[in-house]
Design a protein around this ligand. Structure first.
Ligand code: GLA
Length: 736
């Protein structure tokens, strides 16, 4: 996988890609190639010739050697490259001129863990560590590159060490820089907000910089830490795609830059805005991990690579192929109006529905009757839960159900015992009134004593042994991000130190309770990223459960995330976020390919829809094993139609979900071209036992149900009448 030539050419190759760079005579790392695997990657041609250009400068006077358009591995600023750099820092002389030159390299048989940060697991991998050095200031940058035998992902990160004697102030410390040759490219990224997460936007790559990022303390949902540079002609199945994603949950930046010579630079890492880190003599700083994907097989090809990798190398291994429990969640059933009696009644409803688990969402702890109070005080409210949580969990277990519990550990309400006891435990700055979000403040997780308090509070409940699931919520963006625990010179470190603290807390808790299923949530998908998914096997996808809204949300999320990590439940109609009325079937079908499925409906709603809900939850249980580890494909997406395919991991069952948004008369007949089937096998459609040849389903397509508006004909398959209809086909493979 990793090969090195005598003249310092480095190649990382597997069956998905080759990635090649070399050391220039001056000692700089020059990028050569990233694309389909080459048979002799060390011989990858150097396309960049070097020329004398007016109004540029030559690096240290070398004729024809200016960095303005030289493709590099870890570019710096101020030495003839005028693009945004991967690295920018200030030394004790007060200037920002550094030169990171090749010193040595090592190859590790596997993948070292990153200090204090989540990172993809190794296994079947090799890691190349290139050591660069700035001799003047004693700064070392170790560039880590990991290549896997079986995944089309290249992992990169950087470790800085100050081996000099003076402080160095790190300002831009990107995890990766990828310089691509000129081409006809577009950018694809995901933008959104609360209840409208994951909108995919595709646009021509502009000259200059295009930057997405976050400065709000959480990674998303305004932008997800993902961006792809793609061929302008790329489709779901064809075209080159260079995808980049970060394993990080805080302030990030991913940018593209097209310079005057059409060279393309991608940078990804911690957002340099409002960031500064004092690297004192003898200290080390590790960047978050960046992941790159290359494929020639379009957006669907990229998604398949991400999905396999996230499932196998990011998501906690204990849940990799475990079917997720079906559940009843109390939130949209009762909101804050929960008490022991009501929860036990809902548990009975859950048992009647046939689901596996009852989840007690917000509202269970001391004094918590609405969102103005009590976050931080993680003991059961004595008036509403007099027997306490462990006893309630035991009673629910006795009904044959698992029990799950909601926490929002990182937050505190000013009206809480915790805040009254420790007003300095919040993120804040001296002399300024703190801004509130949902009436709450953010605890300062950079402080060990705050983390210890939270660990003990959560541990004292989880240790009862009857809690099988935890929803870890986080419901505000950060403001006044300062810490009473650090001196003025280190205040710009606090946003990243918060994340290091959060990851430390999550490691402690999830290591102690590896069998508890953790679900990440931040008002839905507002911190839905690969960092959080390193600790938690699933994510509450969005607070918006309207099925039509979910079509876009799932479409966007699925570009990167396997639906194994997405949770969906049947919520009320009219929907509480957008007021849309939809059938219970469409509400279920929109989440049918998400691994975690459930219901969050009032007792009255459950009673009114009981047989249908029982059927749907039984379907959810029957398909739960298939819904982990399979293949997801986006077949059709127009303004009015969506068609998705989900193929079980063993290839034996193929599901097609077709959604028709607004009814219209006299529509065309539509077909879906199914993907990845065995062309010689037959597939039986379970609903009518008809047999379909694999190649015909792929090449001729499956006729989709017709949207009935007028007369219906006996031998035709129709969608339910009216708006927002859906149909799910299930095919079973017959061995050839
Ligand atoms: C957030 C979550 C919801 C619910 C509420 C409880 O909004 O996204 O699912 O848990 O908090 O307050």
């Amino acid at each position: 996988m990793i090969t090195v030539s005598d003249n310092a050419v480095f190649a990382l190759s597997n069956r998905y890609f080759s990635y090649v760079f070399h050391v220039s005579p001056e000692g700089l790392l020059e990028h050569r190639y990233y694309g389909l695997p080459l048979s002799a990657p060390l011989d990858a041609p150097v396309h960049h010739q070097g020329t004398q250009r007016e109004m540029t400068s030559n690096f240290e006077g070398e004729p024809y050697y200016n960095l303005t358009d030289t493709p590099q591995e870890y570019p710096i600023f101020g030495r003839s490259d005028y693009r945004a750099p991967a690295f920018h820092a200030r030394n004790a002389d007060g200037n920002s001129i550094f030169t990171l030159l090749y010193k040595s390299h090592t190859i590790k048989a596997d993948k070292p863990k990153l200090d204090g940060l989540p990172s993809a697991r190794g296994g079947g991998s090799q890691t190349l560590i290139i050591i660069l050095e700035d001799a003047l200031w004693g700064l070392t940058a170790k560039l880590h590159y990991t290549v896997y035998e079986d995944y089309g992902v290249l992992a990169r990160s950087v470790v800085f060490e100050n081996n000099g004697t003076r402080d160095i102030n790190l300002e831009h410390v990107y995890s990766t820089a990828l310089d691509l040759p000129p081409g006809d490219y577009e950018a694809l990224h995901l933008h959104g907000t609360w209840a409208r997460e994951f909108n995919a936007e595709r646009m021509a790559l502009p000259h200059g910089r295009f930057v997405i990022g976050s400065a709000r303390g959480t990674s998303s949902a305004a932008h997800s830490p993902f961006l792809a540079v793609i061929d302008a002609t790329a489709t779901e199945t064809h075209g080159r795609v260079y995808g980049t994603a970060l394993v990080y949950s805080g302030n990030f930046s991913i940018s593209t830059e097209v310079n005057e010579f059409e060279d393309v630079r991608i940078l990804a890492g911690i957002n340099p805005f409002n960031f500064n880190w004092t690297l004192a003599a003898g200290e080390r700083f590790t960047t978050p991990e960046a992941l790159h994907v290359f494929t020639q097989n379009g957006l669907g090809g990229m998604s398949h690579i991400w999905h396999d990798f996230v499932r196998d190398k990011i998501s906690p291994p204990a849940f990799r192929h475990l079917p997720r429990p079906t559940y009843l969640n109390t939130w949209e059933a009762a909101y804050f109006d929960v008490n022991e009696g009501k929860v036990l009644t809902l548990a009975d409803k859950a048992a009647t529905l046939g689901v596996d688990m009852l989840v007690l969402d917000d509202g269970w702890f001391k004094g918590r009757r609405d969102d103005t109070t009590s976050l931080g005080d993680w003991t059961a409210d004595p008036s509403r839960f007099p027997s306490g949580i462990p006893a309630l969990a035991a009673k629910i277990k006795a009904k044959g159900l698992k029990f799950g519990l909601w926490f929002e550990p990182e937050m505190v309400n000013p009206d809480s015992d915790l805040f009254r006891a420790h007003p300095d435990w919040i993120l804040h700055v001296p002399g300024r009134k703190s801004s509130l979000g949902r009436h709450q403040l953010t605890l300062d997780l950079s402080r060990a004593e705050v983390r210890d308090y939270l660990f003990d509070a959560i541990d004292s409940l989880l240790s009862c042994g009857d809690i099988g699931y935890v929803k870890w919520d986080m419901n505000r963006a950060m403001t006044e991000v300062g810490s009473a625990a650090f001196p003025p010179s280190q205040q710009a470190e606090v946003p990243h130190r918060y994340l290091l603290g959060l990851y430390d807390l999550l490691s402690r808790i999830t290591n102690k309770y590896p069998d508890i299923l953790f679900e990440n949530c931040a008002s839905g998908g507002n911190r839905f990223d690969l960092g959080m998914l390193s600790y938690m096997a699933q994510n509450w996808t969005s607070d918006n459960c309207d099925p039509i809204a979910r079509l876009d949300i799932i479409h966007g999320a699925s570009l990167v995330f396997p639906l194994d990590v997405c949770a969906a439940y049947i919520g009320p109609s009219p929907n509480h976020q957008n007021g849309r009325v939809s059938s219970i079937h469409t509400r279920y079908d929109a989440g049918a390919f998400c691994a975690a499925k459930g219901v969050s409906l009032s007792e009255a709603d459950i009673d009114a829809n009981l047989p249908a809900l029982q059927r749907l939850m039984s379907h959810a249980k029957d398909t739960a094993t298939d819904m982990v580890g399979g293949h997801f494909d986006r077949l059709i997406k127009t303004r009015n139609e969506v068609c998705w395919q989900y193929t079980s991991r063993d290839g034996e069952t193929v599901y097609l979900a077709y959604f028709h948004i607004l009814a219209a008369p006299n529509l065309p007949f539509r077909r879906a071209h199914v993907r990845g089937l065995d062309p010689l096998a037959e597939y039986i459609l379970t609903e009518d036992k008809t047999r379909h040849q694999g190649d015909a389903l792929m090449h001729s397509g499956m006729a989709l149900p017709y949207v009935a508006t007028g007369q219906v004909k006996a031998d035709m398959r129709y969608m339910a009448k009216g708006d927002f209809s859906s149909h799910v086909f299930i095919f079973k493979k017959v061995s050839p």
